[in-house]
Every structure is written in structure tokens, then in C-alpha cells.
Design a protein around this ligand. Sequence first.
Ligand SMILES: NC(=O)c1ccc[n+]([C@@H]2O[C@H](COP(=O)([O-])OP(=O)(O)OC[C@H]3O[C@@H](n4cnc5c(N)ncnc54)[C@H](OP(=O)(O)O)[C@@H]3O)[C@@H](O)[C@H]2O)c1
Length: 280
Amino acid sequence: MKKILVTGAGGFVGTRILAQLGDRYEMAAFPRGMLASADRGQVLAAVRAAAPEVILHTAAVSDTGYSEAHPDQSYRANVELTLWMAEAAREVGAKLVCFSSDQVYAGLPGKGPFGEEDVRTPANVYGRHKREAEQRGLEILPDAVFLRATWMYDLPGYGLPIRPNLPLNLLRAALRGEEAVFSPTDYRGVTYVRQAVENLIPAMALPGGCYNFGSENPLDMDATARAFCAAMGIAPRLTPGDRVRSLAMDCGKARRAGIVFDDTAAGIRRCLADYGLDSF
Ligand SMILES: NC(=O)c1ccc[n+]([C@@H]2O[C@H](COP(=O)([O-])OP(=O)(O)OC[C@H]3O[C@@H](n4cnc5c(N)ncnc54)[C@H](OP(=O)(O)O)[C@@H]3O)[C@@H](O)[C@H]2O)c1
């Protein structure tokens, strides 16, 4: 059984990797909280001791607003830690698969969808740090795989941690009678996290490089929110906003390598079906 070492195993994605893939791989994880303070030597020693065949690197400061306010913490977590993982993976001969982000496209003009080569200097700290990690990580370990993930979601349940996401934000607005604002000039994909976790299996076999990774979305975010509400049978007060942005990705490179996602509107239907909520 292939041995996988998961970083960020207490996080939104990491917990789901352990829960979902745990019966198909031998799983190891860093102790909770360790990677927020470990130095390079401790990280390398821990990877050496675990001797994995694959490292799935999800540990990060993953909040864009927090990264903007705390760039030093973001740099350590999102750049330095990733480079230490690349060094460690090279030393033990492990395949390294890292989560990057669609935020590397922040600030690009036009609607997209953007291909992997379209990236320039991202407009926010988090995006710039994710981009630097990709570039320098690939210099250390050209065989490493960087997955540019979209905003991801799940429903609460199974004792797994949850974080603000599109369906939850819409449900909350509907329950509380609050206004929800989404802009018809804002474009991005939104992905059901369990499909992303399942697609980590083929991602472990990808050649080194950067890959857009998630559900594509031809709709703007106002239309996307309305499609999610229709699927969930809820009717919060939706107000069109004026944000102009595109993080929309063309995922053809991953698709040609066999990694297939539902499009964004179909993803929520898969999620609801998984939870037995599709017939309501
Ligand atoms: N969630 C999304 O919608 C989304 C979208 C695009 C990209 N991503 C990327 O996908 C990956 C996983 O995201 P996620 O949502 O699972 O993140 P998360 O829930 O915030 O979890 C990240 C984990 O990283 C570890 N961590 C926290 N602070 C740290 C620090 N200062 N230094 C080092 N490690 C720290 C913790 O692991 P332990 O609890 O094990 O200590 C934490 O649980 C990240 O690289 C993120 O940037 C996520």
C-alpha cells in the first residue's frame, strides 16, 4: 500500500484527505499545529522519519485577508514551508503534490478563463506567495505538482471541520433573512471538495508542473449563486454587486491528463446527492 504523508491534516482539505483516501493508502500526518512553528530541520527530520512515497502538502495560511494583513506569517507558511517540503521530498525520493490557488490569477484583465501560462504578478499577497512557492518549488524539485485550486465547499457533517463557503453562505443568508451580494462581473470556479480530494489520486501521477485544478465555470458569480440556490431549493435575498474580477480557470491541461471535474453548477448537484439531499 502506497504511503502518503499529509501536511495540514487538521484543515478543511487535509481532514477530508484522511477520511476519504484512508482506506486506499497508508496515511501519515504531521501532529496538529506542528507545522505552524517547526523549523526547516524539524520538517526535514519528520519527513525522513515518515519515509513517504507521496507528500500531499495542504498546510498553509489559506485566508487571503489574513495573508494580506500578516505577510510575514503568509510567507513562512505559504513559501518557506513549501520549499522545505520540496527539499524533503527530493531527499527521500517522494512525489510532492502541493495545493496552490486560483488567486495566482488575481489582477489579470478580462474574463478569462486563464490557462496556466497566463499568470503574471498576482494582485494580492496570498497569490504572490503561492506563485513564488510554485516557481521556487519547481526549481528545487521539477517533478513536483502544484494544483491551482478554486474556492472549495462541503456541507457540514461527519465531524469534519467546515469553513465559510458558497452553499453555506447562501444557506446562512436564507435562514437569517440577510442579503447576499454576488457580482455579475466576478468570475471564478467553485469546486466540491470531495471531488477535488478524489482527483488527488490521478494528480499523484502527473508530470511536474502547475495545473489548474477544479470545476470550470462559464457563469458569473451572481448567476452561480442563483444556480446554487435553485439546486438547494432556497431563496435568499440576492443583490448583484459591482466587483470586477476574474479568477476563472481553463482546466484543459489537467483534463488532458485524465483529471475530470463537474462544472461548477453540476458540482453542487453531486454534493447534494452525496448527502441525500437531491430529492428535496
Ligand atoms: N479551502 C479553499 O477553498 C482553498 C481554495 C484554494 C486553495 N486552497 C489551498 O488548499 C490548501 C488547503 O486549504 P484548507 O482550506 O484545507 O486550509 P485550512 O483549513 O486553513 O488548513 C490549513 C492547515 O494548515 C496548517 N496550518 C495552519 N496555520 C499554519 C501556519 N501558520 N503554518 C503552517 N501550517 C499551518 C494547519 O494544519 P494542522 O491543523 O494539521 O496543524 C491547518 O489545518 C491550502 O494550500 C490552501 O491555500 C484552499
